[in-house]
Design a protein around this ligand. Sequence first.
Ligand SMILES: Nc1ncnc2c1ncn2[C@@H]1O[C@H](COP(=O)(O)OP(=O)(O)OP(=O)(O)O)[C@@H](O)[C@H]1O
Ligand SMILES: [Mg+2]
Length: 578
Amino acid sequence: MSKYRDSIKKYFYCFILGPFFMVLEACGEFILPFLNVNIINKGAATGDVDYIIKNGLLMLLVALGMMITGVLGAHFAVKGSAHLAADVRQKTFVQIQKFSFANIDDFSTGSLITRITNDITQIQTFAQTLLRGVFRSPVMLIGAICMSFALNPSLAIIICIVVPILAIAIACIIRVASPRYTLMQKQIDALNNNINETITNEYVIKSFVREEHEKKKFGFINEELLEKSTRALKMMILLQPLSALAINVTTLAVVWIAGKQIMIGSMELGTLTAFITYLTQVLTALDFLANIFLQGTRAAASDRRISEVLHADIDLHDRNASMKEKEIEKGDIIFHNVSFRYFKKNTDWVLENISLHICAGETVGIVGSTGSGKTTLVSMIPRLYDADEGCVSVDGVDVKELSLQNLRESVAVVLQKNTLFSGTIAENLRWGKEDATDEELVWACKIAQADEFVSRFPDGYETELEQGGSNLSGGQRQRLCIARALLKRPHILILDDSTSAVDTATDARIRKAFLEELKGMTKIIIAQRINSVKEADKIIVMDDGKVAGCGTHAELIKSCVPYQEIYYSQTDKEGADE
Ligand SMILES: Nc1ncnc2c1ncn2[C@@H]1O[C@H](COP(=O)(O)OP(=O)(O)OP(=O)(O)O)[C@@H](O)[C@H]1O
Ligand SMILES: [Mg+2]
């Protein structure tokens, strides 16, 4: 509940005025039939036109009052619930921003999207229904029962028999429907996961002509959702005919009994009309209360799912860091017996007992077969993941003791799967440094060999990029990602296979510019092509999560078998390229 406290406090007036106006409106519901009785029993029976007009005008006034209070009640209910939902949505989003990759892997992207959209909408719908009916329905229920007792106690007994029977039937429906809703929500997660994956990777799907397969896969998940939502909604829909049946049967019983009373003259026609109206009100109120309960159970399931996000144990934080003030000045990195695995239940390590020293200002290459742990190794430096054993230190301090902000400001990573955002090129580059001048943008782009192609665009740095930078080529995107990282002027720059889509000549120019312009910066370059790292001060060879060798090209080519294998497998092709 704590997640709602702030917005309830802030919009307290909505949470008071909404139900208040709805109760006022309900009062009108009792007065109208009462006036109607008078018109029929007194006015019409005696032919007193003045009396009829007077009471008719009064009814009109009450109806107008009901309209105004109804509109006001709905206005505050909508406002209160919408703000409540917006605040929780914001809180959830802020929490997700704090998540580590491991947290995101745990929840899955699709599930997080469902929680922040669909689940919060459930809460909003429930809050709105609650504000409209929480007092109105009980007031209507009790009020209408009292009024019917006042009109005719013997008939009112019928209502007292029907209400508990209907209430039990409704409770049974809710009991069955509630777990079905939870299953439906889980299936929406699966659907969102699938949509997220297919739409973001439409390009790959098309290039592998996998549309049919994806259609089938989506169809299957969609069918499952159809089945689960039908099962849940079928129960919910039962409510409507059930209360209609209750109303009709009870009306029949009332008319049957009242008919006899009217015939012997112990009851007037107007009383019967009003009685039937009160009866309808009782059952409608009961229906509304059932709706509140049903939506409540759905909202409770959604509330649990949102709480799971808000209370998730963020495994990567700097709350206990002892050197939060320390800023990185050099960029000296030491791996000390580091071991790591993604799934803590697994016995095999992804990185096993790694010890390394990367001196400040060095250019270090990392090579190794695919899946050997290169990306995992470098993600330990800016703490995208934490080592399970051993420690990584930067400038002599364990990375866990530094503030995450200071650490990540000093380490720029161009991830293997990097992306750009919609907006102009300049806006994208300024992710690296918000207040970067135009000259700085050009400086970074010149080093990353991006300035040349950006300048050729008619709008230059103001060229609009589409989502994910999809209107650029792979190599152009990679170069902009490098420039964006350079603008941070980090002490440590990590390029994870960041020139894989760039031709070898441009790659060589980037390396040359790095050497000339980025002196003093520690540069870690993961590459598939040995030529990209051949001139590095040091090359680390990864093999199956372990360091198979570390040294210069000349040293490794003599002594490191895995390095020799990679090198000789590439020499013919690379030689031709160069
Ligand atoms: N997010 C993840 N969750 C679980 N396992 C992962 C994850 N990322 C990588 N792995 C596994 O860890 C191992 C090392 O992966 P890593 O990405 O570090 O390899 P790599 O050397 O960078 O490969 P490549 O050259 O293909 O980029 C692989 O077996 C991979 O399946
Ligand atoms: Mg990798």
